[in-house]
Design a protein around this ligand. Sequence first.
Ligand code: ADP
Ligand code: MG
Length: 237
Amino acid sequence: MIIECRDLHKEYSADNRVVTAVHNVNFSVEKGEFVVILGHSGSGKTTLLSLIGGLTVPDRGSVFINGIENWQQSDEDLSDMRNCTIGFVFQFASLIPTLTSLENVLLPLSFGKRPRGDYQQALEILELVGLKDKANAFPSQLSGGQQRRIAIARAFINQPDIILADEPTGDLDEQTEKEILDIFRKYNEKGMTFVVVTHNTHLALTQKDARVLEMRQGILGDRISVQEKIKDMIGAV
Ligand code: ADP
Ligand code: MG
């Protein structure tokens, strides 16, 4: 197992109310899998990804990446994991406006103690996402979809074992959505593991050979088991 979540639980309190963002999640991913987690806004998808990626500390439970528990390692190893083992694709592409496309893609190489990528690979990745001719363009000179593809290229530069993608196609048209998923699939064929979370049913249902799970009220499972668990919870109230 490349990802293993055991009894993972995270609550937030706001306005004297406790919200269970992630509810006792048990979830494993095998190397090379393509997992899509479908859920409405507020169902806990972003929180789950940030727990998996070691950006958020769980209240209870644990996450193992390649058999190593996220919060049982040194800060240096944890940040190395975030930089090299995992690539994050966030909903809003946050490129540095004063850096060119190529420089943005190269940026992660300055962090982490074992960067795996290099300049040549940055150019290859830009070619793969179809933007080699924009290597010297600044973000303001790119369309929203192009900026998103640069952010994706940046997530790939360290050849991560795992890509965690949060609404990677949010606000993009269907054509761009397909282009982005095609890029993901190319990397997945090379053995990279993907966990993509989205509220986009179209994305979830068009991914051939993907394992599609549903998330609702912090509960993760296949569609039927999620319904059952929620029924039990309501019954228990
Ligand atoms: P999704 O990504 O599926 O929209 P989130 O993980 O962002 O869901 O949020 C799950 C729940 O946790 C929501 O009710 C949200 O309001 C709450 N939540 C998320 N992050 C925080 C936070 N930092 N502080 C308080 N509540 C939060
Ligand atoms: Mg979210």
